[in-house]
Design a protein around this ligand. Structure first.
Ligand SMILES: [Zn+2]
Ligand SMILES: [Zn+2]
Length: 476
């Protein structure tokens, strides 16, 4: 089990210092590994036979090509440093974590969130070390907590399996020391009711009323986000960190397009999503699932085996489609995400507080000032079922309907985006009323308290953020 300071610990630190001095080095490595994966590198197709020797393309050290240490032409230490470098670059250039933050890591047990947890832990260790070494000890070290959502209420696996999984998570989190990490395990049904039994009944009733397989999955995803937000709010976390990687975002890009969510899509593919009460950050956005899998394997990181229910939704169709694209050409996932990146993001895709400046390395500071100067106070009308900003025609039709509607349920339905109206909202007044009755309060409150109801669409932020991103990506 890899822990802070052990194994490749020194390696990433030196890499990070280097990449801070010279931003180009990171791009260079990224390019090199990308071109190496073009050469058809897959875990099974390692062409070199036993005993053959290869040089690491970065540090030049000789490694046995057949050994599991050789990944994408890099030795294990360099591959690790390369991924950690990407993570750290995303965190620093987007001011994701400040010293005063308390970061909640959403842990699902898969490779991406396992690496996210590991890397955040290592960043925390580096900060702790610096804090110990600094004389003034003026800057605090950010806190880290871990959240796991227990979905046994709707899962097909037996209950004792979940108990085993939870014991496993406890043991994983307990190995991440120094710095204690609080572990929050929240049953998903808690979002519906504080009583576990009542919650289970209501949640199942709610999901049963969504007949569309895709709508059900998307709604579940939203309930998960609400659960994470609740944990974060109740326990004083200031950031929510997700393990979304290039591969999951690429799938989302295609499926959102298919579902007609193109307008809101740009808001979902950025590093920062501050539309939630507790802002969401995606530091693994530039790492692919394949890379994260390899690192878990290399470092022997323990993963959870959760039973996945079979699915025939658009989402699962798209993910097998994207997997086929990747098999043909490993850089396709990156291409998809990079294309979506060119779309104009929303104003909630960046942090606005000026205080972040103090914690950003001076080399990067000008970028943030640019972004902040372009800031205008704009709010969006967000769909209460998925959080997507409504497009101009959707807002227009909402205004028209609002003049006529009387009941809360009609008002609620009018606020939903077209995609949710089609995929999630039950048809027919009676089933809609029933659906509305069992909806968690945290969903219905989004309409009644007016938080999602603001005006002023259309006029969005300047292109600063995109321009900056383009500059960063030109080298790749
Ligand atoms: Zn190397
Ligand atoms: Zn929606």
């Amino acid at each position: 089990m890899a822990s802070c300071g052990g194994g490749g610990g020194e390696c990433h630190q030196s890499h990070c210092q280097r990449s801070e001095e010279d931003g180009g080095a990171e791009e260079e490595t990224r390019e090199r590994v990308a071109s190496l994966s073009f050469a058809g590198d897959s875990p099974t197709s390692s062409a070199t036979g036993d005993g053959a020797l290869e040089r690491c393309t970065k540090c030049g050290e000789t490694v046995a090509a057949a050994a599991p240490r050789a990944v994408n032409g890099l030795c294990a230490a360099c591959f690790r440093a390369y991924l950690f470098g990407k993570f750290k670059l995303a965190v620093t250039t987007n001011a994701m974590i400040s010293p005063t933050d308390n970061v909640l890591v959403a842990f699902s047990g898969g490779p991406a969130s396992r690496i996210a947890l590991q890397f955040v832990h290592e960043m925390q260790c580096i900060s702790l070390k610096n804090w110990d070494a600094s004389k003034s000890q003026a800057l605090p070290v950010f806190g880290v907590g871990v959240a796991f959502i227990d979905e046994s209420a709707i899962s097909i696996g037996p209950l004792h399996e979940m108990n085993k999984v939870i014991a496993q998570i406890r043991s994983i989190v307990s190995t991440l020391s120094p710095a204690h990490k609080e572990l929050h395990i929240a049953p998903i049904e808690n979002i519906c009711s504080t009583s576990s039994n009542d919650g289970r009944i209501r949640l199942n009733e709610l999901l049963d009323s969504v007949t569309d397989a895709t709508g059900k999955e998307d709604f579940m995803k939203y309930l998960r986000m609400l659960t994470l937000q609740k944990i974060a709010l109740d326990n004083g976390y200031s950031k929510l960190l997700l393990g979304s990687c290039t591969s999951t975002i690429a799938c989302h890009v295609i499926s959102a397009t298919v579902k007609g969510q193109g307008y809101s899509l740009p808001g979902d593919v950025q590093y920062v999503d501050a539309r939630w009460e507790v802002p969401v950050v995606l530091p693994l956005r530039d790492c692919t699932a394949e890379e994260l899998n390899k690192l878990c394997h290399l470092d022997g990181l323990e993963l959870l085996q959760l039973i996945k229910r079979p699915s025939n939704s658009i989402n699962s169709l798209v993910s097998s489609f994207v997997a086929r694209l990747r098999d043909e050409n490993p850089s396709r996932e990156r291409t998809i995400v990079r294309t979506a990146e060119k779309l104009r993001p929303f104003c909630f895709n960046k942090f606005v507080e000026n205080t972040y400046h103090e914690f950003v390395p001076s080399r990067l500071r000008c970028k943030f000032q640019n972004i902040n100067n372009s800031e205008t106070a704009l709010s969006e009308v967000l769909c209460p079922l998925c959080g997507s900003p409504l497009s101009e025609p959707e807002v227009q039709s909402l205004r028209n309907i609002q003049e006529k509607t009387q009941t809360p349920v009609e008002n609620f339905a009018a606020h939903c985006c077209q995609s949710c109206s089609f995929q999630i909202l039950p048809k027919g007044a009676e089933s809609l009323q029933q659906f509305y009755t069992v909806l968690p309060q945290s969903v219905t409150v989004r309409v009644t308290d007016g938080t999602s109801d603001h005006s002023q669409l259309g006029e969005l932020i300047d292109d600063y953020l995109l321009v900056v991103d383009d500059d960063d990506d030109d080298g790749t």
